[in-house]
Design a protein around this ligand. Structure first.
Ligand code: TTP
Ligand code: MG
Length: 460
């Protein structure tokens, strides 16, 4: 069946929102991302900054080198989510089905609602006007006979663009002599492979289609189909709240080897993940842990946990997975919940029924411990968002102070636990000197205890 598809994509989304809210930024290069003296990356930048060669996903330090006079801002996700809800609501009015693929981007199937390309063109211009009137922001719109052609069209005249590709023939004529990298779904790696095989343009793909398919398999077949303008993919109604998994990760400014610190940071990540899921009325049915070591090698672990909507449970599972992964300095750590389903009505836990611990109170207590331990002020109830997660984790890393190895050894000795550790676990505590590998083994044993309150088993 013939399709009529609109693809909408906001222009320099985060940066445009910031410029709208602070007109003094207009005309200046604006870069949104990690602070410029950190290891993070650029989320996006406005078109002024792009003239300096700055782009999304670029190392933020590189961006600063290219554009030292730019205005560097950190993202305000709350604000972008609010705008996203607003624009999605506008777009949805025009679509039989809307597939939101990012906060600022969606496919609209207008086959039924518009009926003809003429009316769909009217929709496209109306959408642009309404988005501008109601949010003060510009977007680019593509109208086409297929999803990929619509995506290609919306890129064509960015920013504030409109472009249409109404037939497969128009698509092929437009793309024929462009680099393969310009074909949607062909990423950097695939393009490298194709280039290495002497395949540079869409024309080359058509002329070497069997090579492309044998080289890239299923994806190769898809690219060859595209080279003839064939794309039957459908718009699948999707909203961000239909997410299958929700995760949070962070990169430390310096690699971390301290198990306790990592375990504590995992609590922040767990709270953040669960809060996010809760805000969509969702819960996970499994917990995952992701770790990237200083050499960029990474591991992930996961475990099924049904109806998991309690941050302390997520945390406990994540910590037990952390105990299992190899003990090397860690650059990035992340937690997620997966197999996300609508949250159940809150049920009493067995503990609660027995008049035991309530998990929210437990969380408050855990936060109090962290606040004291790292001399910081964690909000009760655990409001940890994208914005403060990194700064809290960095604060913890730089203030872990007395939780360092010497203090740990001191506590173990004070508590008279050397013998327990040595008899039970074969770990020898040597005062004043200890290889950190051993500490890694010791730390999990203490994880449930606050070292400040470790007591000697036989009195002092
Ligand atoms: P994009 O639509 O890719 O970029 P953009 O809207 O900033 O600019 P353009 O005019 O080219 O469409 O992404 C939308 C938002 O998603 C972007 O404003 C910031 C965020 N983002 C990241 O955080 N990291 C990334 O690597 C990319 C590509 C986007
Ligand atoms: Mg965009």
């Amino acid at each position: 069946m013939e399709q009529i598809i609109i693809h909408v994509d906001m222009d320099a989304f985060y940066a445009s929102v910031e410029m709208r809210d602070d007109p003094s930024l207009i005309g200046k290069p604006v870069i949104i991302g990690a602070p410029p003296d950190t290891r993070g990356v650029v989320s996006t930048c406005n078109y002024e900054a792009r003239k300096y060669g700055v782009h999304s996903a670029m190392n933020i330090k590189e961006a600063y080198r290219l554009c030292p006079d730019g205005v560097f801002l950190t993202p305000d996700f709350r604000k972008y989510h609010a705008v996203s809800d607003q624009i999605h609501a506008i777009w949805e009015e025009y679509a039989g089905a809307m597939e939101a693929i990012a906060l600022d981007e969606a496919y609209l199937d207008v086959t039924e609602t518009a009926g003809t390309f003429d009316r769909a063109r009217g929709f496209a211009h109306e959408i642009k006007k309404r988005v501008l009137d109601e949010t003060g922001l510009s977007c680019s719109v593509g109208l086409a006979y297929s999803k990929i052609a619509a995506k290609t069209a919306s890129e064509e005249n960015k920013p504030n663009g409109y472009f249409e590709i109404l037939t497969a023939e128009d698509f092929v004529n437009l793309m024929m002599d462009r680099d393969v990298r310009d074909i949607y779904t062909v990423g950097v790696k695939t393009a490298e492979k194709l280039h290495a095989a002497g395949i540079h343009t869409m024309r080359d793909i058509r002329e070497n289609s069997s090579d492309v398919i044998s080289m890239l398999g299923k994806h190769g077949q898809m690219i060859v189909d595209l080279a003839y303008g064939h794309d039957d993919s459908r718009v699948v109604a999707y909203r961000p709240e239909d997410a299958k998994s929700i995760s949070r990760e962070l990169t430390f400014q310096e690699d971390v080897f301290d198990f306790w610190l990592l375990a504590d940071v995992l609590l922040l990540l767990s709270v953040s993940v669960v809060n996010r899921a809760r805000s969509y009325g969702l819960c996970g049915n499994g917990v995952s842990l992701k770790v990237t070591y200083s050499d960029m090698k990474g591991v992930t672990r996961s475990k099924v946990v049904k109806y998991c909507d309690d941050p302390l449970t997520v945390h406990r599972e994540a910590v037990s997975m952390l105990e299992e992964v190899s003990t090397r300095p860690i650059r990035l750590i992340g937690v997620g919940v997966y197999n996300v389903t609508p949250a159940r009505a809150k049920q009493m836990t067995l503990d609660q029924m027995a008049g035991g611990k309530d998990s929210d109170t437990e969380l408050d207590k855990a936060f109090e411990v962290l606040s004291k331990r790292y001399k910081m002020d964690l909000v009760k109830g655990g409001d940890i968002g994208w914005d403060n997660l990194h700064s809290l984790a960095e604060h913890m890393r730089t203030h872990r102070g007395q939780r360092g190895s010497d203090y740990t050894i001191y506590c173990i000795e004070q508590a008279g636990l050397e013998r327990v550790l040595s008899d039970r676990d074969g770990i020898q505590i040597v005062s004043g000197h200890h290889p950190s590998d051993d500490l890694f083994l010791i730390a999990p044993l203490f994880f449930d205890m606050d070292v400040h309150h470790v007591r000697a088993p036989h009195g002092e």
